[in-house]
Design a protein around this ligand. Sequence first.
Ligand code: B3K
Ligand code: ZN
Length: 880
Amino acid sequence: MRDASPQTVYLKDYTPPEYLIETVELNFDLDEQLTIVRSSLSLQRNPQSKHQNLALSLMGEELQLISLAIDGVSLDEDEYTLDKESLLIHKVPQDRAFQLKIENSISPAANTALEGLYLSSQMLCTQCEAQGFRKITWFLDRPDVMSRYKVTLSAAKDKYPVLLSNGNKIAGGDIDQNRHWVTWEDPFAKPSYLFALVAGQLEAVSDEFVTHSGRRIELQIFVESHNVDKCAHAMQSLKNAMRWDEETYGLEYDLDLYMIVAVDHFNMGAMENKGLNIFNTKFVLARPDTATDSDYEYIEGVIGHEYFHNWTGNRITCRDWFQLSLKEGFTVFRDQQFSADRSSKAVKRIADVNALRTRQFAEDAGPLAHPVRPEAYIEINNFYTLTVYEKGAEVVRMLHTLLGPEGFRKGCDLYFARHDGQAVTCEDFVNALETANQADFSQFWLWYSQAGTPVLDVTEHYDAANQQLHLTIKQSCPATPGQAQKAPFHIPVKLGLLSDDGSAAPIWFNQQSSNEITLHVTAAEQTFSFANLAQAPVVSLLRGFSAPVILKMERSLEDLAFLLRHDSDTFNRWEAGQQLAIKVIFELIKNLQNQQALQLTPLLVDAWRNILQDKFSDLSYQAMLLSLPEESYLAGLMEVIDVDAIHEAREFVRISLAKQLQTEFQRLYTLYHRDESGNFQADAIGRRRLKNICLNYLISLETPENYELAERQFYSAGNMTDQMAALATIANSRHPAKARSLDSFYHQWRREALVIDKWFALQATSSMPNTFATVQSLMRHHAFDIKTPNRVRALIGAFSQSNPVNFHAKNGEGYAFLADQVLVLNDLNPQIASRMVTGLAQWRRYDEERQILMKQQLQRIVSYAHLSKDVYEIASKSLA
Ligand code: B3K
Ligand code: ZN
């Protein structure tokens, strides 16, 4: 067990800061072994503070103090107290501003947690959100303290020719032959979590953007020289994002310079530091032969996301970390809108919902469930969750639905006008939308405060005599940790009705007619009635997935097949196919569990044949319609998860469809298989997606011709999408050339770290037997490095989170392996370690034997002597 139980921080305990820091001057003598930090802070008492302390308490961790002075006078040792997490200066001036000077040292090379200042490959960089600044120097490291920064960096010229920080470069020069210096100034006040510095041997790829009002902005992407040829897409994405934000939200960039730096070692995707974004290389670098179509899309999305933070996060920031979704939920919503506008709206929405339902719904239903705005945490880094991000984005999307695009924009305008330069709360955001629209969101607010996924139970009754349809909707929400009872939510439910021939039936509601309406579900039970229906219509409910809820409605296979053919709502059309497949798969699972023979209903085959034969203008969408629900999504729908039955039933469906529709799959494969590498137009991406899903079905037949098809594609591919798609099908089959293909891929790409990550992940996620042995040997591969988060995620993360059959092996070897790795990572990088624990958190969902085995490993983790707060919080809450 840990030395002392870690403290919980509560939202209800928030108090304004006792002191404010107007300006910050930082001076770094950079060196990877020992960096000297000199900080000069102009402080004064905060008139809003309720406390009367004469003392000043600053946060700081893992720092060596060199000297301390107030207004030029050094402090004696009895004038302050130092402990592991803070510096307490017993008495500071109360009635005037004063200057505090701190000198301390830090060791970047020893920093394996990748928080604060650290070394990544040969470069020095920082990560300060949420509380990394306190690992650089003592500070009021909280987001409601906003200051203006001036930063001087000095370092060896040969190792660190490029020296960057936030804002604009205002001066620089040589110190002597070997060292040089640069000074940066950021005119915008910001919280410490947005501070950044970078030093290294970097090359800049430059461009410019002219804003709506005619200002010229210099754009620079900094990478190591061997990556200069992989920045074009990121640069284009940045320019697209800047234009989009001007057009959609009327928001213009504010500094004269926008810099992005790509680093190899990063705990997450990217970071929106003011004017100096730091990115995981994974979300910057792309060349047609090294990155897949999905990589290209993710890069555009993440570049957009960080750029959009400049307004939703930086100019207006969070008062405290409980408000994280204020910036993250809103910014995810904005990046989703941006990506939807840039590509296919239908496909983007489906992909987002798919991810939400598979992963966030599981979080909401498990021991780590928390509201979009949490009320307590032990380690804030554990709250960068799917709930805060993805469900937070759904909540903003519902506000957008309720207000309509114009009302939403009006509300946002007011939010920006009111709060620019401030650190605010989620209430402030909702309140601005309410005020601008004279709306009342008091019940809607529950989406921020109540955890858990609401369930809608819907029954329909058609009254032929009165030509009316009655829809009764009951809502409920399961208990979550600390919240036994839930009040009814305000849920926008979009509805359409279909006539016999598939056309829209007019919806007569409250004496008005339209083709689509949004119902306001606000009570525990409500009945909605629709008039003038000569025949019973087919109901299309929750169109566009208008609320993050679980919809339960008895539907026949025939109705689902009908909606799959005719629904004009692209989301619901896809959803009907998924529901159809789910029903079929669960029937098969029942048969398997009762040891009955399996048979595939012709209805599903016909439905899939129709999709294959219909004409689609959006081939990515057609590919999505053909995709079977993921095993992890199916698992979430099961009372007691049976990983083996899910896998077997789903495979049976895949193989049966391939057998019965082989000619169709082959026809489309041949039609769309062509070399158009380097073409990233939506239609070319669509052709690749459709062809590759056909290949995926075909290879399941395990015939020599289809094996050859995959191998031919693998060796001849001129782009990573096709090469990976072929290799993935090979790795996931008993293809005789599997080992040879994997070897050849490794040798081809051994110098491209991001491609080698794919190589690791591909093998770690194979559902073939023997995968565990492969994973163990990959752990010993010379290219594996436990200190590189991308590699850890590619091997340990992929195996434990995306390989249900093998990770959940009955003998528990997967669980013991994961716990071993969590403990190793705990000592190196607690943030990454705690992310890996997720693989065990859902233990209650499995059969009794597996429950015992998973629980044992969680207990083993919790009883480790030097457990970090991060891992302790996740493991202990999982056990609770
Ligand atoms: N704001 C950062 C996340 C920081 C995570 C700290 N553990 C990236 C983003 O959401 O844009
Ligand atoms: Zn973000």
